[in-house]
Write a protein that binds this ligand. Structure first.
Ligand SMILES: NC(=O)C1=CN([C@@H]2O[C@H](COP(=O)(O)OP(=O)(O)OC[C@H]3O[C@@H](n4cnc5c(N)ncnc54)[C@H](OP(=O)(O)O)[C@@H]3O)[C@@H](O)[C@H]2O)C=CC1
Ligand SMILES: O=C1Nc2ccccc2C1=O
Length: 325
């Protein structure tokens, strides 16, 4: 049995002086939100130190229950890295959203607070409904979803929050290159990272290069493509798992971590969470071959309707859209 390094022991430097564990646990609701409590406890006991959540997921109260158990076992708040996010329907009051998240989680600060999407949906003072609709069924925005700059105002509020210490670091999610360009013209604080869909089937080297140039880390969500784990069906990933005697999930994690990206796998299977921690040392040729899979046949699995028109190339039918740039 080959000896492998551990993904749980890798930390990356953020541009504001803090550090982030490279492997984080995703907490999008499973069938029953309460299951997240055991998932978090299992992960931390297995060595994970990074939990990714969001007000939108509705799982923060269960993560809070897990934290109580873990703190009682002796784990320290300062040893964990906890991320939450402000949803677009809460764009007018991110601090209120963060206060709700902190209260549900039972903690005083988050390590990282992200703007979940660079758009402004029309929610009430409690951010509800999360997906507001016009009478014709279309999404109800407070700002033009394509040309509006309200998303920059939201980010500025995150800059103010950082000064309160309720969030140690601030960052963004689902930002394309055009949105990042606009943001960087106005931002005082460069976001520490951009959380985006990323896996071997979704090559986004241009966005990664742009982020790298501005010292913004890339954090990969849906590292196996979300429900059904379609990415894990790729024959080459299975070939590598056999070669290194690890799971297919550990290959998709290594794909990111070895190239300086944070990865956020999620699972309802506690055994899978527990064992998904080794870091096989894939070669440069193997990493390049994984990357080429997506160049030849790009596939985006997460296609939320609020993601259209914000500067990403979306997979539509059999061609990439021209929306980028
Ligand atoms: N900022 C954003 O907009 C977004 C952020 N995220 C974040 O990223 C996290 C991860 O993304 P997410 O889309 O949830 O998912 P993942 O890509 O991690 O996929 C999770 C799914 O894959 C299944 N799976 C994993 N491994 C296997 C395996 N070996 N065999 C069969 N099935 C498997 C899981 O099933 P099982 O439960 O049975 O293991 C689960 O259904 C989220 O939880 C969230 O924290 C996600 C989407 C958007
Ligand atoms: O914004 C999100 N949309 C999603 C859809 C499925 C799972 C997670 C998310 C998000 O975080």
């Amino acid at each position: 049995m080959p000896q492998h390094k551990l993904a749980t022991e890798v930390y990356f430097d953020l541009n504001d002086g803090h550090k982030i564990p490279a492997l984080g646990l995703g907490t999008v609701p499973p069938e029953d939100n309460a299951e997240v409590k055991d998932q978090v406890i299992t992960a931390v006991r297995a060595g994970y130190r990074h939990i990714d959540t969001a007000w939108y997921y509705g799982t923060e109260p269960y993560i809070g229950e897990a934290l109580k158990v873990l703190f009682a076992e002796g784990y320290k708040r300062e040893d964990l890295f906890i991320t939450s996010k402000v949803w677009p329907s809460f764009h007018h009051s991110p601090e209120k959203s963060l206060d709700k998240s902190l209260s549900a989680l039972g903690i005083e600060y988050v390590d990282l607070f992200l703007q979940h999407w660079p758009v402004c949906l029309s929610g009430d003072e409690n951010g509800l409904p999360a997906a507001p609709k016009n009478d014709d069924g279309s999404l109800k925005y407070d700002d033009d979803p394509v040309d509006g700059v309200g998303f920059i105002e939201t980010y500025k509020k995150l800059e103010d929050i950082k000064a309160t210490n309720k969030a140690r670091s601030i960052g963004v999610s689902n930002y394309s290159i055009p949105r990042l360009r606009k943001l960087l013209q106005k931002a005082k604080i460069v976001p520490v990272l951009n959380q985006i869909e990323y896996h071997p089937q979704l090559p986004q080297q241009d966005l990664v290069d742009f982020c790298q140039k501005h010292k913004i880390l890339v954090e990969a969500y849906s590292p196996v493509g979300g429900p059904g784990a379609p990415v894990l069906k790729l024959p080459y990933i299975n070939e590598l798992a056999e070669k290194y005697e690890v799971s297919v999930n550990e290959i998709t994690n290594a794909y990111h971590i070895l190239q300086g990206r944070i990865t956020l796998p999620r699972s309802s299977n506690l055994e899978r969470i527990k064992t998904n921690v080794r870091l096989p040392q894939l070669t440069k040729d193997e990493l390049d071959k994984l990357y080429q899979i997506g160049v030849e046949n790009p596939t985006r699995y997460s296609v939320d309707s609020w993601g259209y028109g914000i500067g990403f190339r979306w997979w539509k039918g059999d061609t990439w859209s021209k929306e980028f740039d």
